[in-house]
Design a protein around this ligand. Structure first.
Ligand SMILES: [Fe+2]
Ligand SMILES: [Fe+2]
Length: 194
């Protein structure tokens, strides 16, 4: 089960909205990877590698994406007012949803790391693992739809080019601060692109 996600060209930091959408595609792909890993209790080497890659992604890149939205995009849109004002409540809700997702990821990570360590997952842990994946898939389907149908188009329409540039720079700085696991393929690629 080769994990090929995230190896294509990424949008650059001058296009922060596209970059955030790219993050969404990675979230979806890595959830799908986890779904495909959780088919047998015993890990072979390929599924083991896939599981580790997906868990690492959700541990490092997931929280960074939330910070991109909560720390930059949502405040910029809230400050804009005007037509964007109707989205303030929705953005508050999206930020609250991030906290719920963090709890689910925390438990998923605990189960996944335990699985990596022992190579075999118990039936009870597998059931919980699969329930969490399904919940996260349903959660992200709705969460991402709100962001991509309501918030991102509004941001692209109303935010000034210099505001978007600043958001892109902040995203870039966040990735310099926390480039991911050193030596990982993602970290090496990111370093090259910064
Ligand atoms: Fe979000
Ligand atoms: Fe998002």
């Amino acid at each position: 089960m080769p994990v090929s996600v995230g190896q294509g060209p990424q949008p650059d930091f001058d296009h922060p909205i596209e970059l955030m959408m790219d993050c969404h595609r990675r979230i979806e792909k890595f959830l799908d990877v986890l779904d495909r890993v959780a088919v047998k209790n015993e890990l072979d080497s390929e599924r083991r590698r896939a599981l580790r890659t997906a868990l690492n992604y959700f541990q490092s890149a997931g929280p960074r994406h939330n910070r991109d939205e909560e720390g930059d995009l949502f405040p910029a849109l809230s400050a804009f007012g005007g037509a964007a004002a109707r989205l303030v409540e929705k953005m508050d809700q999206l930020a609250a949803e991030h906290r719920l997702a963090e709890q689910m990821h925390k438990r998923l990570n605990q189960l996944g790391r335990k699985w990596l360590k022992s190579r075999r997952i118990s039936a009870a842990d597998m059931t919980e693992f699969r329930i969490l994946i399904e919940r996260l898939m349903n959660f992200y389907a709705a969460h991402i739809a709100t962001e991509e149908n309501d918030v991102f188009p509004m941001a692209a329409a109303v935010l000034a080019p210099e505001t978007l540039r600043q958001i892109g720079q902040n995203m870039r700085a966040r990735r310099i601060e926390n480039p991911g696991r050193s030596g990982s393929r993602c970290a090496r690629r990111r370093k090259k692109n910064l």
